[in-house]
Design a protein around this ligand. Structure first.
Ligand code: ATP
Ligand code: MG
Length: 441
């Protein structure tokens, strides 16, 4: 009987031949990592009769499409799959078990489990705790190799531990550097994918700059530094050359532009109330902003909720751009929380300021902000700020990436306007400028 396996690409060959204890195959999306996982698992089952292998991903759906289905097809005549046990048993006694681990709370089910080889596919989706607990399952008194293979893309909750161990190679006294090996995956190596789906690379090229660097180039350093490095304030030269930037002189807002109001409340910090006008093409303008406290926000003088909403109502009933207009309000959903006494929303209602609950999906929300900031083929962005909205312009460039949730921003920064911007963007979501991007988000 013949088992036909496609030829590995150069990097996949390195992965298949690697003999370290911990082997990471990581970087670009689509580099053929999951393929390498299933082929290596299969080859080990054939080479070591009786070996026990475990392949872990976050969900069974992902296991099914990436591993179970293709492996069952490849091993139709040499292995039997038992659905109840999620286990593929080869005629030589080798076994591959497929296990899902959604989060740390599911780790107990791995207690006492023993395997010779573990494959953790998409390891950056797992916490360091998961990594430590799962690799402890790799043990046993036999002569089979004991190894852990991981695949990974930059980003996700596991970004930091993967980067430390495999990319930066910074070790504690308990860790032996000689145990770790890293093979960088590149999408351009995956000739099979490039031939079958030539559009795939274009989709990666259309991503916002940071994600493009992460997923096309496999760059692990991008989630560091300035969060909104795509925000262009502009300078005199940009103005002279009439290049589009995100900050502009105010203009007279036409009456039929649609007006939104976004609001972020700070319990112990400043608040932000931003008014946005959306033109006929769907472009947005930040036209007015009420921010923080009376006077200097650094003084920490705070307004009571009633004082804030009274002022918002005053502005909306007197300002020429807002007076007698229907205004669509979206706010931080925490203002509906009544667990600390009266909910903030009650104060808003009392002062005739009405809101819908903002969508608080943070990562999707930041993606929308970046899409808004992106420039189209004519060089025009999807959002511009009037230069009178100084707290927006001051705080956005200061925000940094979080070191805990790497695609998120560091919430210890002054992020009230950014949150408010995010609620607005989620209330009026837009598609990516390049159509191909849509499938990825
Ligand atoms: N050596 C190969 N021969 C034939 N097809 C391959 C080979 N390597 C990968 N492929 C195919 O290329 C496609 C992408 O590969 P794969 O899913 O392994 O990439 P990945 O790096 O895991 O991607 P992602 O980052 O999205 O998880 C799949 O359809 C896979 O079957
Ligand atoms: Mg994969």
């Amino acid at each position: 009987m013949k088992l036909i396996i496609d030829k590995p690409a150069e990097r996949q060959e390195l992965f298949l031949a690697d003999r370290h204890k911990y082997i990471a195959f990581g970087g670009a999306r689509g580099g053929g990592k999951s393929w390498a996982v299933r082929v290596k698992a299969l080859l080990m089952c054939l080479r070591y009769p009786g070996i026990k292998i475990m392949i872990v991903r976050k969900t069974y759906n992902e296991l099914e499409s990436n591993h179970i289905k293709p492996l069952r097809e490849m091993t139709e005549h040499i292995a039997k799959y038992t659905e109840t046990k999620k286990q593929l048993t080869f005629c030589n006694g080798s076994q591959i078990s497929f296990r899902a681990c959604k989060n740390d709370s599911e780790l107990d089910k791995f207690q006492g489990t023993e395997f010779d080889v573990l494959f953790l596919d998409e390891a950056t989706q797992f916490s360091e705790e998961t990594w430590n607990r799962l690799r402890a399952c790799v043990r046993g008194v036999n002569n089979f190799p004991k190894r852990v293979y991981i695949t990974c893309n930059p980003g996700g909750i596991g970004h930091m531990w993967v980067k430390r161990l495999f990319v930066d190679r910074v070790y504690s006294s308990m860790e032996d550097p000689n145990d770790y090996s890293f093979i960088k995956s590149r999408v351009f190596d995956n000739k099979a994918l490039l031939a079958a789906d030539p559009e795939y690379v274009k989709q990666l090229e259309a991503l916002p700059p940071k994600l493009k660097k992460a997923w096309l180039d496999g760059d692990w350093d991008i989630f560091e530094g300035q969060f909104f490095d795509d925000f262009v304030i502009g300078d005199e030269r940009a103005q002279r050359e009439r290049r589009w930037t995100h900050v502009i002189d105010p203009f007279e807002v036409p009456r039929d532009y649609v007006i939104y109001r976004s609001f972020d409340f700070g319990y112990s910090k400043p608040f932000d109330c931003s008014w946005w006008a959306v033109d006929y093409d769907g472009r947005a303008y930040l036209i007015l902003q009420l921010y923080g406290c009376t006077g200097n926000p650094n003084e920490g003088v705070k307004w009571s909720p009633d004082r804030i909403f009274e002022e918002i109502h005053n502005i909306e009933t007197s300002h020429k751009w807002l007076k007698n207009k229907r205004i669509i309000g979206v706010a931080d959903p925490s203002i509906w929380d009544a667990s600390r006494g009266e909910a903030i929303i009650d104060s808003a209602d009392r002062n005739f300021v009405h809101f819908d609950r903002g969508d608080n999906s943070r990562i999707a929300g930041w993606m929308q902000c970046h899409r808004r900031l992106a420039f189209d083929s004519e060089g025009r962005p999807g959002v511009q700020f009037f230069n009178t909205c100084r707290h927006a312009i001051r705080t956005l460039p200061l925000l940094q990436f979080s070191s805990v949730r790497v695609e998120d921003l560091d919430t210890t920064g002054e992020d009230h306007f950014a949150d408010s911007f995010r609620y607005f963007c989620m209330a009026k979501p837009i598609r990516a400028i390049r159509r191909e991007e849509n499938e990825l988000f």
